[in-house]
Design a protein around this ligand. Structure first.
Ligand code: PRP
Length: 181
């Protein structure tokens, strides 16, 4: 896999450190919401490595659930055709929800999911994303917790894929252009 990587943008150590800081911040922000356990929602598949790291540092009673939402459909460009491939098993009505994402690019995925969970009557919907690519934004949507702001490059690793590959890289790297040319 390393042969296909132009440059390591964010190291594993930096991700672990940032996840700990974010988890502590989330713990502080939600500790007063004691009426029901926090519902942490991972958006499959990209959020899985970051979600597992982040959860270790959230010191709260919580439940986890997953939604499978897809907007890239295999390429390097996000589309506005956001499809819900798997919905939550848990009702969000009256619940404080924290959505976990690997990256906010155009913002279209999160806009759709946040709107959907709010319309189902969630008490609050917040978003934690490992990466933010603000230059890609097409809709008004900002994550409440952001690990790293990155330039407008196609990145892989730590959950992010190209054609379903590279998700298992333990860092965030820029893919060589000739891999997807
Ligand atoms: C990616 C990523 C985010 C979304 C961000 O998911 O994991 O969910 O795109 O893009 P946006 O801000 O432009 O909507 P993808 O559809 O590739 O599914 P995956 O998580 O299974 O890779």
């Amino acid at each position: 896999m390393m042969r296909d990587i132009e440059k390591v943008l964010i190291t594993h150590e930096e991700i672990v450190q940032k996840s700990q800081e974010m988890g502590q911040q989330i713990t502080g922000d939600f500790k007063m919401c004691t009426d029901q356990p926090l519902l942490v929602v991972g958006l499959l598949k990209g959020s899985v490595p970051f979600m597992s790291e982040l959860l270790k540092s959230i010191d709260l009673m919580l439940e986890i659930d997953f939604m499978d939402v897809s907007s890239y459909h295999g390429g390097t460009q996000s589309t506005n055709d956001v499809r819900i491939l798997r919905d939550l098993e848990t009702s969000v009505t009256g619940r404080h929800v924290l959505i976990i994402e690997d990256i906010v690019d155009t913002g279209q995925t999160l806009k759709k999911v946040v709107g959907m969970l709010e319309s189902r009557g969630a008490a609050s919907v917040k978003v934690a994303s490992l990466l933010d690519k603000p230059e890609g934004r097409k809709v008004v949507l900002d994550a409440d917790y952001v690990g790293f702001t990155i330039p407008n490059e196609f990145v892989v690793g730590y959950g992010l894929d190209y054609n379903e590959l590279y998700r298992n890289l333990p860092f965030i790297g820029i893919l060589k252009a000739d891999v997807y040319a």
